[in-house]
Design a protein around this ligand. Structure first.
Ligand code: TEU
Length: 550
């Protein structure tokens, strides 16, 4: 049983290869760079590495536009390097999971090249083609990256659908041959020794086959396509087929990126018997600063909104089901800048946030750089951005008449590049990330915020993560225990109790920069705190206490 549940007991580290470690001096991270840092990851104590896409790609969306599933991106290395990474990680007891991008391919993928070549090509139906309607796009659906979700193709005078960039045409999952080909690709990779997949944008694979017009807001021409292509009825049939054919017989770990799954449906996705995946990522807590279904409109939020966004999923899965726990990823900004304080209390608040999410019920994910408290950086010109979503946002909003400052302010708060700036390894030039010119600038604060410094300082955020990892590993109540929120209505404190048998663990965090006196001390004795000195009964600014009672 222990072994069957390895994915519950694991801690995952997410690598965005482009920004992790360059070994060749071209300013782009690579597989050799990851191999060279395996020792660092092993010392940190993680069990699994999720490697973001490293497949051959024209890089319109940094590898999420795959040209060839069976070839590595040349900038990153070769298939031999990838196999070496899997083997060397395994030797250290670390498993590798890969990104599975199956909603779409690159428009340069051989399947799409064929599909677009003529209307009677056997692969025509592998993608979603439609004639225009009255000289316009087939529907008024808006792509996740802005603009129409349909792209006109001169050659056959039809449009193809793309939920993301126009260089990411959506596969037609209605076609059984498409599904079979995706499944055999998954099998091929599992046979290469990977332990599972992080499954990209999976809730987009089913489209409303009526292809309805959507209601637009105000004078907008397009409406977000989610309503017709996110978590649509029938999607579970496709997913159960994947489970039956690929996942179940091979017992691999799966974590699905699943925006749009309503909480009432969580068990359809992650129930241990009847669900499909081991766990999902939900985005309520990282998206609470944007208005739902309205791109780029800031939405103010309170601490209770943040806590609720996490604890409602915890409550729903307190006894069955499993969540993927995270504060950051490559699509989001740095958590210490967003939910903590990246000024005077950076260290305290980064550790407090770590304690807050890490011991919830689920498998914790750490995104590269989060363990040293990397922060956001404010670019002053659009030229500095590299992310296609940010660049598209800037151009569409400019056309719609939004002032430049407003656009830049939005990007400072939301751009995916915030989380993609190169990993800060040392105070050497370019943060030790590259000896060349980095593909995206390095945050100038690397001279003080970097791995080398964090390793030296016993009180660093990095060492606090190590302690959390060890604590979780050694105490099964922190993995398997139930979950009960405390201080639910507080706009200052957040916390919860994890209980298993006679053991009761309490995590309590001060989310403010003020000292707070507790009405009553936390039950039990203090096992870990993020401050050197603490007293149970009063929480200093951004203090967090982890206590155990028996
Ligand atoms: O992201 C898809 C996706 O659904 C997210 O944009 C999600 O809605 C968002 O994070 C919630 O705030 C995935 C990848 O993570 C992203 O990098 C790719 O660009 C995208 O798929 C297309 O492959």
């Amino acid at each position: 049983n222990r072994d069957r549940n390895w994915w519950k007991e694991s801690v995952v580290y997410q690598i965005y290869p482009r920004s992790f470690q360059d070994s060749g001096g071209d300013g782009i991270g690579d597989l050799r760079g990851i191999i060279n840092r395996l020792g660092y990851l092993s010392d940190l104590g993680i069990d699994v590495i999720w490697v973001c896409p490293v497949y051959d790609s024209p890089n319109d969306d940094n590898g999420y536009d795959i040209r060839d599933f069976y070839k590595m991106q040349a900038e990153y290395g070769t298939m031999e390097d990838m196999l070496e990474l899997i083997a060397k990680a395994e030797a250290l007891g670390i498993r590798i999971i890969m990104d599975l991008v199956a909603n779409h391919t690159s428009d340069e993928h051989a399947w799409f090249v064929e599909s677009r070549s003529s209307k009677d090509n056997p692969k025509r139906d592998w993608y979603i083609w439609k004639p225009g309607s009255g000289g316009e796009e087939p529907t008024n659906w808006e792509s996740n990256f802005g603009g129409s979700a349909w792209e006109y193709d001169e050659n056959t005078q039809e449009y193809y659908l793309h939920c993301f960039s126009r260089k990411q045409p959506d596969l037609n999952w209605e076609n059984p041959e498409v599904r079979r080909n995706i499944f055999s690709m998954m099998e091929w990779w599992i046979d290469k020794g990977i332990a599972g997949f992080r499954i990209d944008a999976i809730t987009f694979i089913k489209k409303n086959q009526q292809f309805p017009q959507l209601k637009t807001e105000g004078s907008r021409r397009y409406a977000p396509l989610a309503e017709a292509s996110l978590n649509q009825p029938g999607i579970l049939d496709f997913l159960h087929e994947m489970k039956r054919e690929v996942l179940e017989p091979r017992n691999v770990m799966t974590v699905a990126e699943a925006p749009g799954v309503p909480i009432e449906q969580i068990h359809d996705y992650v129930d241990e018997q009847s669900g499909v995946f081991n766990m999902i990522f939900q985005f309520d807590h990282v998206d609470l600063d944007v208005k739902p279904m309205a791109r780029g409109i800031y939405h103010p939020w309170k601490l209770t909104d943040f806590k609720h966004a996490l604890s409602k999923w915890q409550r729903e899965t307190a006894n069955k089901g499993w969540m993927a726990l995270f504060m950051e990823n490559h699509d989001h900004v740095r958590s210490v800048s967003k939910f903590g304080c990246d000024g005077p209390f950076r260290e305290e608040s980064a550790k407090m946030l770590a304690a807050y999410y890490f011991l919830m019920r689920g498998t914790p994910f750490i995104y590269q750089g989060q363990e040293i408290g990397m922060t956001n950086h404010y670019f002053t010109s659009i030229e500095e951005y590299r992310d296609i979503e940010s660049i598209n946002f800037h151009s569409y909003e400019t056309v719609l008449g939004r002032p430049e400052v407003g656009i830049m302010e939005h990007l400072a708060k939301r751009s995916r590049d915030q989380g993609r700036m190169p990993m800060q390894w040392s105070p050497e030039p370019m943060a030790g990330f590259t000896s060349g010119v980095p593909w995206l600038s390095v945050n100038p604060n690397y001279s003080s915020i970097n791995v080398e410094q964090s390793l030296r300082d016993d009180n660093s955020i990095l060492h606090f993560y190590r302690k959390l990892i060890r604590l979780r590993r050694e105490n099964k109540a922190l993995i398997y225990g139930g979950y009960r929120e405390i201080y639910t209505d507080s706009e200052e404190l957040g916390g919860y109790v994890r209980a298993l048998g006679n053991e009761e663990w309490t995590v309590l965090c001060n989310f403010t920069d003020r000292s707070i006196t507790l009405a009553e001390p936390v039950a039990g004795s203090i096992i870990l705190s993020n401050l050197k000195e603490h007293n149970n009964g009063m929480l200093k600014p951004y203090e967090s206490l982890i206590c155990k009672a028996e």
